[in-house]
Design a protein around this ligand. Sequence first.
Ligand code: ADP
Ligand code: MG
Ligand code: MG
Length: 868
Amino acid sequence: MEKLIYTFDEGRSGNKELLGGKGANLAEMTHLGLPVPEGFTITTECCMNYLADASFFEKQLKAEVLKAIQNLESETGKSFTSTENILLVSVRSGAVFSMPGMMDTILNLGLNDYRVQDFAKLTNVNFAYDCYRRLLQMFGDVVYGIHKEQFNVLLHQMEKSLNKKVTDFNEAEHVELIESYKNLFSKNKVAFPQDPMEQLFEATKAVFKSWNNQRAKVYRDLHNIPHHLGTAVNVQSMVFGNSGEESGTGVVFTRNPSVGDNKLFGEFLINAQGEDVVAGIRTPEPIESLQTILPEAYNDFIKHSHKLEQHYKDMQDIEFTIENGKLYILQTRNGKRTAKATLKIALDLAAEGLISKEEAIMRVSPEVIDQLIHPVFDTEKLTAVDAFATGLPASPGAATGSIVFTADKAKEYTALGKKVILVRQETSPEDIEGMVVSEAIVTSRGGMTSHAAVVARGMGTCCVTGCEALTVNESAKTVLCGNHTLTEGDMISVDGSTGSLYLGEIPTIVPENDQSLQQLLTWADECAELKVRANAETLQDLQTAIDFGATGIGLARTEHMFFGEERVLEMRRLILAKDEEEVQAALNKLLSFQQEDFYQMLKTVQDKPMVIRLLDPPMHEFLPHDANEIKSLADQLNRYPSAVEKQIEKLQETNPMLGHRGCRLGITEPLIYQMQVKAIFNSAIQLAKEGLTICPEIMVPLISENAELDYVKSFLTETIEATFKEHQMEPFPYEIGTMIELPRACIIADQLAENADFFSFGTNDLTQMTFGFSRDDIGKFINTYKEKQIMQQDPFQVLDQSGVGELIKLAVDKARQTKENMMIGICGEVGGNPESIAFFQQIGIDYVSCSPYRIPAARLAVAQAVLK
Ligand code: ADP
Ligand code: MG
Ligand code: MG
């Protein structure tokens, strides 16, 4: 039989799969000689065995747990039976990937009605009963699903009727409170087990089961954590942060998890236990104050936290407890952090020599980059308004939405397409589904390490905590702030970087491209092989793309240029023309529009390459369809509305996506493509005369047959040569390539390569045509497909490697047989997706092209594709 249980002496941090993150790190810290209370870890395999077959517990695990406890008893010199050396333990879940607050922990296990009296004799009554009360509450919650809050209600009732705090209760009063807790158990038709071993068994099973509770599942789905891993259970002898004024407990990050500064960041509470800090019940003190309150423990902490950071080579999130002045470390893990901090810490660690440049690149995920370039409030607009309340800036970002007070309401509103801000006293793990869909989270209580703060930072959601000026009344659905009362549905704006809340909606802007981001992306560019280009055609997008570091434009669509009011009229005139004269008139107008456009576009990108795609969509997209519009078009063209309507009807197609579009239009109506290349070359020649070196790249869409390309290319070349002649210009180099977006084009890629100067895969159409899924209709079934596990991902967002990817690979291989050095790019939506990028790297693509805002993330992803 494999080993079911490991003591902290036996494990190491490499054993995360088996011991879970918490257990593996407890073992590693023990190994490093840090003060960790003794204990052992029941493996994740036991969890999965138990969940598959509950009898595993009785038949195999129980005996091993008994042995492990006996071993712990002899190691600590304490026991579950002794009346003097009283062993109490914590039972702590710990999955492979940290899931903050997601699963459950029980403290002070081992107390019962009698042992609490012995314990009181050794310590004091108040302390002993405080521990026992907490045990009953946590045990009731974790093992029997009796909500924690129900116990708090009893506690508050009694405090009120006795008119004193629980810390001032006498023994009889404590016993009475315990009795009321036990009654709550009875009401739920369960009893609190008095035998410590029995408690341990039940607690262990409950932690195992918590792996499958709803909020844990949602969290795993959200973070792409597999469901088959299971959680380990750590059993650890207790140390007591609630044993007086020289005791306490805290949570500290070795660097600032919001902005990344290399300075301790954390909080502690004197005379408190366990989750008091994170639960946001009492407002904790900043870690620096510990230096004056308990200097020795503070100095030890500094020493140990430094050691941990050096050892793990990353920012650590450390949980500690001080018992009568002595420091214990109870947990360490790589700390969750904001996007901004992720970047800064990676660069700082590299500068400190702890990690290499390459490691720094790998430390930052492309999603982090996305967050860094996302909007903040327009500062000018901000000066005009006053914050109505301010809390702690727990997770940066800027968001506007309607107030909701419960997770359910948040889901309900967002299902209707509304943006929401979840406002609560404090959040708890049950709120996770509501937090996921919210634009921002605001709490009136809790610190920078409260549940809301940690979860929001992990998700990159804007969050303000501890906003004490707010009185949140969740049942009345109101929030009171000074003389304002806000109700459900009211709009507010939340600034997670300053902690400020504003009434109404405030416009956002995109932050400046900051220095550290530049630094990291420069490193990334140095090791990247794939180039990153942009899909852009408006001048603003072209400029944004260049500012974000695009090496060129992979796709400039020309159809967008026809949509301005003046232009679409000429386009309509062209499509509906009665005679040659009208055709020429419209073409001339369009030519002058396009010429000006191309001139500006080429001038904006300067010497960077730009692939210009000739007109792609079907004609009917340019035509009006409702009666009023048709009538006004008829007036403009001087026709009868009924005649125009008839013509439009004739142009209707049953499947326009599979219809008369792309090069098919170019072949039936060559005048349009001729006009387009003429416009391109008129402006390119003009710019060449002004001294720019330009090499236009013309792309023909929707080719499925070599003869199509042949035909289009020959009349394009003719027009281009004529244009050079007209300008009496010595021809300069240009390229004519094709989009590969039909399965047939992939299959005959070797032939097409003979005719084409370059290829660019249009993955949107190629995916659509390969699956036979219409991009516009996939929304009707893709979610069901995902739920039923028919498909894991939307193939329009993440490349379908085994189908569409295989076709692309085939085409690349064939093309390279014909023309070894042909330039091959990707210009669909998936070009900006990291997973897809890794695949493109493997099959030898030259560049990916994506929308301007995805460029920074793509630059990082192409570097990571090499380093992986
Ligand atoms: P989580 O995974 O939710 O952080 P933990 O297992 O870390 O749960 O437990 C929560 C808190 O309980 C810890 O931060 C610590 O303060 C307290 N705790 C856990 N084990 C012990 C122990 N052996 N002695 C004292 N306090 C403990
Ligand atoms: Mg913890
Ligand atoms: Mg296409």
